[in-house]
Design a protein. Structure first.
Length: 165
């Protein structure tokens, strides 16, 4: 800025403002600025949603007991016992969760037993607060909080057979 012969407009105002300070401009190669890009990115929003959003889950008194009724959960727990380094599934306080690799959703997704899935689908698609949003939005809402095998097909089948949609 100090090397400009006849600065005008915005550059002139900047030059005047910078004259107040003793500034040394030093060139630094791009290879030394490896972390600068992360500072210009917006952080991912922190999504904090609880079971209060889904009234159906509030009616379940003991989710640990409900999960134990699902035979698929026994398979997963058996595999976890055999492989100590299981990274996909974790058990917290006796409740099974699956690792979520989507940065927009929760870090650990609650494993939903087969007999509860219809209630989850109904709460997140048919309820007055859900709004019958269609397949893509309903699937996105569910996959950010919950996991079960065949989730995509379950949501697709449920929404495509919805009478009100």
């Amino acid at each position: 800025m100090t090397n400009l012969k006849d600065p005008s407009g915005l550059l002139a105002r900047w030059a005047l403002r910078l004259q107040e300070y003793d500034v040394d401009v030093v060139f630094k190669s791009g290879r030394k600025h490896q972390d600068a890009d992360c500072l210009s990115r917006n952080p991912f929003p922190k999504i904090e949603e609880t079971s209060e959003d889904i009234p159906f889950l509030n009616t379940i008194a003991n989710f640990k007991e409900e999960q134990s009724k699902d035979p698929k959960m026994a398979d997963i727990l058996g595999k976890m016992d055999r492989r100590r380094d299981s990274t996909k599934f974790k058990e917290f306080n006796g409740i099974l969760y699956r690792k979520n690799y989507d940065p927009l959703g929760k870090q650990w997704l609650l494993f939903i037993p087969k007999h509860i899935r219809a209630g989850i689908l109904k709460s997140l698609h048919d309820a007055p607060t859900a709004g019958h949003l269609g397949f893509a939005k309903t699937y996105d809402r569910i996959r950010r909080k919950f996991f079960w095998p065949g989730l995509y097909r379950s949501v697709l089948r449920y929404v495509s057979h919805c009478r009100e949609c």
